[in-house]
Ligand binder design. Structure first.
Ligand code: DC
Length: 204
């Protein structure tokens, strides 16, 4: 059985939380596609060319996800994500994952529009920049990183603009996506809404 759930939206809107919960509920595999761009960005920070890094990415580059979940890797990811050769190099892997037998949930920016326009369920998860910055700040502080609200908010806004305004595969809701604004929703309520949307198309 092939069944794809595409979850797009800006940074720290809750895509990962929702994606993991939907995957667990339906027994689907989950891919956080942002990690691919973060891994490329991290290699660029170490001096490599972005396109070369994207073409030679290996599972080893993703072995320590927490090391990629830093503000520096996030900004670097957003910058390499503008480059069409980088996006192209990551396309086949993401499509193959989306079509795997047993079902898949992918979260990112262009899943419902470019990677998987035929996805059975498309969600666009969003929230105000302030709410997202607060959530990301809490997450980073919990992990012991030394960050401040204002700089996290500026990071979120800079990425929003770059991700939405780039020419190739910009962040945008697919016309057939269900938008979930989680600004005033608990994680539980957002997960329940996403699960209801998937359950309406999938009987398991
Ligand atoms: O989801 P994230 O915050 O980890 O993503 C990091 C950056 O990677 C994001 O700012 C833009 C880029 N990205 C992308 O362009 N397309 C995707 N499908 C996923 C992420």
């Amino acid at each position: 059985m092939r069944f794809t759930v595409a979850i797009d939206g800006p940074a720290a809107a809750g895509k990962g939380t929702i994606g993991r919960a939907v995957a667990a509920r339906f027994g689907f595999a989950h891919l956080d596609t942002g990690l691919l761009y973060r891994a490329v960005g991290a290699r660029v920070l170490r001096g490599e060319r972005a396109a070369d890094a994207a073409l030679s990415l290996t599972p080893n580059d993703l072995a320590d996800p927490d090391a990629l979940r830093t503000p520096e890797a996030a900004q670097a990811a957003s910058k390499v994500a503008v480059i069409p050769e980088v996006r192209d190099a990551l396309l086949d892997f993401q499509r193959a994952f989306a079509h795997r037998i047993g079902g898949a949930v992918l979260d990112g920016r262009d899943i419902g529009t470019v990677i998987c326009p035929g996805a059975e369920v498309k969600l666009f998860v969003t929230a105000s920049a302030e709410v997202r910055a607060r959530r990301r700040l809490d997450e980073l502080l919990l992990r012991g990183l030394d960050v401040e609200y204002q700089s996290v908010l500026e990071d979120v806004r800079a990425r929003d603009t770059r991700d939405a305004e780039r020419a190739t595969a910009p962040m945008i809701a697919a016309t057939d996506a269900l938008t979930l604004d989680t600004s005033e929703m608990s994680a539980e309520a957002a997960i329940a809404a996403a699960i209801a949307a998937v359950a309406a198309k999938h009987s398991a």
